[in-house]
Write a protein that binds this ligand. Structure first.
Ligand SMILES: [Fe+2]
Length: 286
């Protein structure tokens, strides 16, 4: 992080830039609570920087407190389990989300009726130094701006058909790789990164099909797109500290997870905030 205090000049907030994107807000004094920071200030920071980290603040004691706070941001995505997903490694996971494996790049809500604008993550317990488990975020408008037009044209020719069945849904979504941001209309990437079929350590592979180009050109699209998404100029891998709160722009970013040491005490809570108005999933087929 580099010093960059321009964005909230005159305010009491201590904001620094995260590289290659994002803004970090530090607690102004011990005992300051996340709730004390105006939501509209944070919303503006997320819209500008795509990701905001609040660190050093007093945080929410439990899922109900977190959910109540997130309602100040907007309408929440409601799941069979409620509004708060407890991301903890399970002993015999039925799906990779509850494993310690890596999580490929994707956008949240891709298989649901509505696509949330914001994700709010609270780190209840960090996995610990050296244990991995960073949440990875890729800034897709930056990717598109920094990629040569011929390559973007290849990406734009491709449509993904995604089928995933897990505990909470069994859905098919069809989406072009390059789509318009539902708010400002700039181009963003909507992509669920394929995982090698022979990776038997990856629990519950989704069924991903891509069309629009011949197979050899599709292979090159996956290669060039993956390289761009994971380029350090566009990728922020967040190393969790207990108590962190991260708010991310799900319309612009893709995200995933680095693998972590099995048995490490990684515990995140995640809430999804819908846009205003909520965005009906343009790609959902069923
Ligand atoms: Fe996700």
């Amino acid at each position: 992080m580099t010093d960059d205090h321009d964005h909230l000049a005159g305010s009491r907030l201590d904001v620094t830039r995260i590289e290659p994107f994002g803004a970090a807000v530090r607690a102004p004094e011990p005992g300051a609570h996340v709730r004390d920071v105006p939501v509209e200030t944070l919303r503006a920071l997320v819209r500008e920087h795509r990701l905001v980290l609040l660190r050093g603040f007093d945080n929410f004691a439990g899922p109900q407190e977190l959910s109540a706070y997130c309602e100040r941001w907007g309408e929440l995505s409601v799941w069979p389990f409620g509004t708060v997903l407890e991301l903890v490694e399970q002993e015999r996971p039925a799906d990779h989300i509850f494993d310690h494996s890596y999580m490929p790049m994707h956008w949240d809500g891709m298989y649901r009726e509505q696509v949330p604008e914001f994700q709010v993550f609270q780190c209840v317990r960090a996995p610990g130094a050296g244990n991995g488990g960073e949440t990875t975020f890729s800034h897709t408008t930056a990717v598109l701006e920094h990629t040569d037009p011929a390559t973007v044209a290849q990406w734009s020719a491709v449509t993904g058909t995604y089928h995933r069945a897990m505990e909470f849904y069994d859905s098919v979504t069809v989406s072009p790789l390059v789509a318009a941001h539902p708010g400002h209309g700039a181009q963003v990437i909507r992509y669920n990164e394929p995982t090698a079929a022979e990776d038997s350590g990856f629990v519950n592979h989704p069924d991903l099909q891509f069309s629009g180009l011949p197979d050899d050109a599709l292979a090159e699209v996956h290669r060039s797109l993956r390289a761009a998404l994971y380029d350090p100029a566009h990728l922020y891998a967040h190393t969790w500290q207990t108590g962190d709160l991260v708010i991310a722009d799900n319309y612009t970013l893709l995200h995933g997870r680095n693998a972590f040491t099995s048995g490490a005490p990684r515990h995140l809570r995640r809430v999804q905030v819908l846009g205003t108005p909520p965005l009906d999933n343009p790609g959902l087929v069923r």
